[in-house]
Design a protein around this ligand. Structure first.
Ligand SMILES: *[C@@H]1O[C@H](CO)[C@@H](O)[C@H](O)[C@H]1NC(C)=O
Ligand SMILES: *[C@@H]1O[C@H](CO)[C@@H](O)[C@H](O)[C@H]1NC(C)=O
Ligand SMILES: *[C@@H]1O[C@H](CO)[C@@H](O)[C@H](O)[C@H]1NC(C)=O
Ligand SMILES: *[C@@H]1O[C@H](CO)[C@@H](O)[C@H](O)[C@H]1NC(C)=O
Length: 485
């Protein structure tokens, strides 16, 4: 553990620009750049005591914060950051990586941060600086995701392709914004999953290709170069070194790295986790390291990955529809209950395993579609006009399970739904010149599927969780030490 000095956070005033309303001033407690979050047993702590994460995924932050010439939109960025901060959000999981190619590649964040190994888009690096500075002012810390198993930011597959002389990437079916059906006004929506040429491969084929990163030394070398470049960067807005800024709580190896097998102790994922986490620790000893594992493959994989010495806490992602437990076209109570039961058991199992490993665990992804049976006969299955009765009940259950584990002294330390779409809506979307709409759903998936919008009840559930936990911490703990129960 690391020692922390009790320092009072400064209060800053941030102007909240909101459409149609006069600009108002909101006050948020800024992150003290020296107040690093640290692990103490099964808990996270900061200078004030217990640290509970009320998080959201906001992976496109650096792109939204970048110059307009790169498709950025600062007005939208600060509007959405103010919305999240005013709902008690104190953590965002964002991308600190994205890889392009010699030719424009489909299904991914564009423009990319890294256009070739070692070659950066400086305007996107500045976007990342701006993003972190704006987070810091609002008391929001970050998980910085440094790579990706999936195609939506380039990630593993792009590194492997680079290392293999630009071999074609065997893409699985991915959302193609320009495929039919198209709305009358070009660039305003719909599209479909592409299953020919690019997109004709299975997820198995794609994953096998991407996972060559675990054993390809050239690809690993470039990935480590990227890690070093980002961790050693100095923020051009506030002058802080990234490695010395407590706004960055965690460096994350990758989004959802997959093991090749469930049972094999010799899986190349494990030594890779060990090598990369040790490397990050050597460059950023004051900050935390997490892997980004979904933990869907059960106890053996969970423990093998999270027992690694330089991994500070475990991560979980819970995806009931993607894992075949929930059907978004089925309005029945039984369908909802199956999802809730699955989530409660998932939280309970992973809590037990984390306790056995002796580390905290963070539910850093989960989501549910809207009541899309209402959209079934409409022009697009993910219209925002659909209700959220199932989603709200599900969020109450899964967030409630984490909060209850936390209050009981369990290893769960917070939640982070997928993903904040803020002011974006499918009905009014317009692709920018790079073909991006920046929904909460990443570019390889149907926009609107898992978005949390600014007016959604889910945001109130997130906010109530924060207030409930804050009250509990205040009445039951002083300086991080438990005084009752
Ligand atoms: C930026 O986002 C705002 C919504 O916050 C939107 O009204 C505006 O049109 C966007 N600007 C550009 C250039 O896309
Ligand atoms: C790499 O690809 C280029 C262009 O496709 C080709 O000319 C070259 O021979 C390839 N090199 C290797 C080592 O395969
Ligand atoms: C997307 O769809 C369009 C229209 O069908 C097609 O021309 C294009 O090749 C597709 N893009 C990819 C990457 O598959
Ligand atoms: C503090 O803990 C006790 C025992 O668990 C509980 O009854 C009480 O409601 C808690 N206080 C708050 C504000 O949650």
């Amino acid at each position: 553990m690391r020692l922390s000095i009790a320092l009072l956070g400064s209060v800053v005033t941030v102007s909240a620009l909101s459409i149609g309303a006069a600009p108002k001033k909101k006050k948020f407690h800024a992150v003290n750049p020296k107040d690093f979050v640290y692990v103490d047993g099964l808990r996270l702590k900061d200078a004030k005591g217990l640290h509970y994460i009320t998080g959201l995924n906001y992976w496109a932050c650096m792109n939204l914060a970048a110059d307009e010439s790169q498709g950025g939109n600062y007005t939208r960025l600060v509007t959405e950051l103010d919305q999240m901060a005013s709902h008690g959000v104190n953590h965002l999981r964002i991308m600190a990586s994205s890889e392009g190619a010699p030719t424009p590649q489909p299904f991914r964040m564009t423009p990319a941060l890294l256009t070739a190994p070692g070659i950066y888009n400086d305007k996107l690096l500045t976007g990342l600086d701006i993003c972190l500075d704006e987070l810091s002012k609002r008391g929001i810390r970050a998980t910085m995701t440094l790579n990706n198993e999936w195609q939506w930011s380039g990630g593993f597959a792009q590194y492997v392709s680079w290392a293999r002389n630009n071999t074609l990437i065997p893409y699985p079916p991915s959302w193609n914004m320009s495929a039919p059906p198209q709305r009358e006004t070009p660039g305003t929506g719909w599209g479909d999953y592409t299953t020919v040429l690019n997109g004709a491969h299975t997820y198995d084929e794609f994953t096998r290709f991407a996972n060559e990163i675990y054993t390809n030394e050239v690809a690993e070398g470039w990935y480590k170069d990227h890690i070093k470049t980002i961790i050693e960067r100095r923020n051009s807005v506030n002058g802080r070194l990234y490695s010395e800024d407590a706004t960055i709580m965690t460096w994350q190896l990758a989004n959802e790295p997959q093991s090749l097998s469930i049972a094999l102790p010799t899986d190349p994922l494990y030594p890779w986790v060990s090598r990369i986490s040790q490397y990050i620790r050597s460059l950023a000893p004051k900050q935390l390291v997490s892997v980004g594992l979904e933990s869907k493959q059960g106890e053996a994989v969970f423990k093998a990955v999270h027992e690694v010495k330089d991994v500070d806490y475990a991560t979980t992602h819970c995806w009931v529809q993607n894992w075949g437990v929930y059907d978004m076209y089925n309005p029945s109570a039984a369908n909802l209950k199956a999802a809730q039961d699955f989530a409660v058991k998932f939280i309970s199992d992973t809590s037990k395993w984390a306790k056995e490993v002796g580390k905290p665990v963070f539910l850093e992804e989960f989501g549910m579609a809207r009541d899309n049976w209402e959209n079934k006969e409409k022009e697009y299955p993910y219209l925002s006009s659909a209700g959220t009765t199932h989603k709200d009940a599900y969020f109450e259950t899964i967030i409630g399970a984490v909060v209850s584990d936390f209050k009981k002294g369990g290893p769960y330390v917070g939640t982070s739904p997928w993903a904040y779409g803020g002011v974006w809506r499918p009905e009014t979307q317009v692709e920018n010149e790079f073909g991006m709409v920046w929904a909460g759903d990443p570019p390889h998936e149907s926009p609107g599927w898992y978005d949390l919008y600014d007016t959604d009840e889910a945001m109130e559930i997130v906010a109530r969780q924060q207030r409930d936990v804050a009250r509990w911490i205040k009445s039951n703990h002083t300086n991080g030490y438990q005084i009752r129960i």
